[in-house]
Design a protein around this ligand. Structure first.
Ligand SMILES: NC(=O)c1ccc[n+]([C@@H]2O[C@H](COP(=O)([O-])OP(=O)(O)OC[C@H]3O[C@@H](n4cnc5c(N)ncnc54)[C@H](O)[C@@H]3O)[C@@H](O)[C@H]2O)c1
Length: 323
């Protein structure tokens, strides 16, 4: 592959514009060659902003004409599957946002098609790439590499007027609280062995409250707490090993405690990332850099389709084990 990576986008919506376009636009070895969106106003606005000449409303035409090395498919998860398989069958490297389809079954087939077509496939688990989260993880594990406990929390105050996501096409845990599920796995570092859970409809007529206890084969025990009728958006993680702990918040302040000392370090998420830009301090730049590096080397990413099957399976285990 040449030094320059030719990238096309399917989707010029909110997430693509908040995280992926600005991150890729900063990379000298990436060329944004084509954008496809069904909504022409979004297409024009994004293509003008990033100076992209290839503009399409039909993604197959875009891929035929632009011959990219990689495609970002950043669109609603219930419409994702067929486009992803089309791109993989063409041998293209593919980045999708979370979740990778609606089910572990769809994620499994995305992984199979990627493998059969020698394509790199990555899912946008951006929390795994948050600079302050990785700083805290490395620091805590430097005291003792045996993770004992992880607590992964995600709270939101889902507006009364909004209704279920995408008019009911997908549930909260699979589409959004799934970030907390994936980060729980990522910080625990082992394979899931047992799950016990509570899934409740506290406020809405759809599931809005999720509590799970997850045991891993490396001796770690994890707790997931997600509630979409809490006071406001709060998303944070606890990581404990023998004699060291981190309380991690990728938006604000994180704290490391060790050997009985209260504040070994207090860390501001933006200072650690060296930037006030959300796409930088919230992991989007680093996840995109990782994907482009994998496209160039042919290696599968740490957030591969294959690995993402396990996150989707854990979501399904949480539902199955609910009392
Ligand atoms: N990582 C995160 O923190 C995070 C945050 C928000 C959303 N997301 C994910 O990002 C994805 C997109 O969400 P969004 O909020 O940006 O959605 P959005 O609705 O703002 O954007 C999706 C875009 O895709 C376009 N589109 C749909 N079908 C198309 C097709 N067949 N061809 C071309 N364009 C098509 C739509 O016109 C729209 O502009 C979702 O999977 C969501 O779960 C991730």
């Amino acid at each position: 592959m040449s030094e320059q990576v030719r990238v096309c986008f399917i989707g010029a919506g909110n997430m693509a514009n908040a995280g992926h376009y600005p991150a890729l636009a900063e990379m000298d070895d990436v060329e944004l060659v084509g954008i496809c969106d069904l909504q022409e106003d979004r297409l024009t606005e994004t293509a003008d902003k990033y100076n992209v000449e290839g503009r399409f409303t039909n993604y197959r035409e875009m891929l035929d004409q632009m011959q990219p090395d990689a495609v970002y498919i950043i669109m609603p998860p219930h419409h994702l599957y067929d486009l992803t398989i089309d791109c993989l069958e063409m041998g293209l490297n593919v980045f999708v946002e979370k979740p990778p389809g609606l089910t572990a079954h769809q994620a499994t087939w995305m992984a199979k098609y990627a493998d059969q077509n020698d394509a790199v496939g990555m899912v946008g688990w951006n929390r795994r790439f948050i600079p302050v989260l990785n700083y805290c993880r490395d620091k805590v594990l430097s005291y003792n590499s045996q993770v004992q406990q992880v607590i992964s929390t995600f709270y939101k105050c889902h507006p009364e007027t909004r209704g279920p996501y995408y008019r009911g096409a997908i549930d909260i845990l699979t589409v959004d609280a799934v970030h907390a599920v994936d980060t729980l796995r990522w910080l625990a570092g082992g394979e899931v062995t047992k799950v016990a859970s509570s899934v409740r409809k506290v406020h809405y007529d759809f599931d809005d409250s999720f509590t799970a206890l997850v045991e891993f084969d490396n001796g770690c025990v994890g707790v997931l707490l997600a509630n979409w009728r809490a006071g406001a958006r709060v998303h944070q993680f606890e990581l404990h090993t023998d004699g060291a702990s981190a309380f991690i918040n990728g938006d604000y302040e994180s704290v490391i405690h060790a050997d009985g000392e209260q504040f070994v370090e207090r860390l501001d998420a933006k200072e650690v990332a060296g930037s006030d830009e959300h796409y930088r301090y919230y992991g989007f730049f680093d996840e995109n850099r990782h994907f482009i590096d994998c496209v160039k080397s042919g290696a599968q990413p740490i957030a591969s389709f294959e690995d993402s099957i396990k996150t989707m399976e854990l979501v399904e285990q949480i539902y199955r084990s609910a009392w």
